[in-house]
Write a protein that binds this ligand. Sequence first.
Ligand code: S3P
Length: 168
Amino acid sequence: MGKNIVLVGLMGAGKTSVGKLLSKKYKLKCVDVDEFMEFSLGMTISEVFSQYGESSFRELEKDAIKVLSQKTDNIISTGGGALENEENIRNLQRNGVLVYLKTSPETLYERVKNQKHRPLLQNENPLGTLENLLNKRENAYMKADFVVETDGKSLENVAKEIGELCKL
Ligand code: S3P
């Protein structure tokens, strides 16, 4: 294969879960940018946000992406905000085929509503937050090489579709 498969999209799109499935199905290594950061920093993403704030998180995320995008033959699951930064897009594109897991805010909300580990959604109106973030980020997500809709699909079917599109 050579290139990385880079999964992008909003929180709840299934990037981490689909990444792990793809890795198992096609025997490829997989790395999740948030998990890599948590491991290297020895802190959870929520702790990074609460102790240092979002802009420091974004700097650390940029450094992590720079390192991870040097890999080849990996599945890379990004955090939902990764493509807000042009440098991240360039780094991820250099060795990677980008796949946008396109999902409606309603579906995203259903998937994340009982989870507590995403600082940006710990507020009164997480659905509204998801809608706003989608408006802000969709242009960047649409720069992906492939767009896979995930509404109403199982993780297995999403992984299968990606496998076919990327000729894994
Ligand atoms: C974020 C998404 C999260 C994580 C952080 C910020 C975002 O990753 O990077 O909480 O800005 O959308 P997931 O998309 O994997 O939940």
